[in-house]
Design a binder for this molecule. Sequence first.
Ligand code: CDP
Length: 269
Amino acid sequence: MSPEVKPDFLISPEGLRIDGRRVDELRPIELKVGVLKQADGSASIRQGKTYIIAAVYGPRELHPRHLTLNDRAYLRVVYRMATFSVPDRKRPAPSRREKEISMVIANALKPVIFLEEYPKAVIDVFVTVIQADGGTRCAAINAASLALADAGIPMRSLVPAVAVGKADGHLLVDLGDEEDKYGQGDIPMATIPHSDEIVLLQQDGSFTREEIMEAAQMGINSCKYLHELQKDALKLAYARKPGDEGDDDDDYEDDLEHDLGEAEIPGDE
Ligand code: CDP
């Protein structure tokens, strides 16, 4: 592989990014549900060249027992990068970055899962980055929330996530690896789309107050789009094929739309 060279600019004079995207344009995204046979639920995401698989097991008995929570399930997220997922071989031992991202993903997902329905149990979410090209924590959240839904875990909502960053003085959504490395900063965020609640917000680099407000709005808009893609991926996995016996397909799609789009959060008006 040839060594990576810092690009002369990240935004062209025409306002386009190095891969030709507009500032508010996401990379091509492919979401698939039910990609693994052994897991209770699974999903994969391709976001540009970033490729991630998420697997969910449980709710099941928790080991070691001293981690048990008497009033709710323990959500255990393990984010790992394959050794071959990055240009320099990733050492197999868990890094501090991987532990931090595992915690960040868990914190983004906890607010939407009815953990109180499974006291003392564990819900395991394993995320493996097969290929990293920027934005892996957000892509991981997109896939993990789909895998949880695939496992039949009761949830208030799916959780779409995206990073908004800054390069050459422009705000841009869904950073690729070069934009992440050579840009001026990034703000990974995740939302609950029907309430615009933000369940993940981190910041790397410096932004003015106005930039943060604009970035948050760009992120919320992108998350709404990602949420539609997530719902489509679930429908594709679960909608009956033409000719299947049972409910009328239109009724089924309407029910699914209702279940996915309008789940109510207790206490949320
Ligand atoms: O992936 P994300 O943007 O959420 O997290 P990051 O810590 O900001 O990492 C940005 C990118 O750096 C990753 O997506 C990878 O493409 C790259 N990276 C790498 O090349 N080698 C590592 N050991 C870790 C990250």
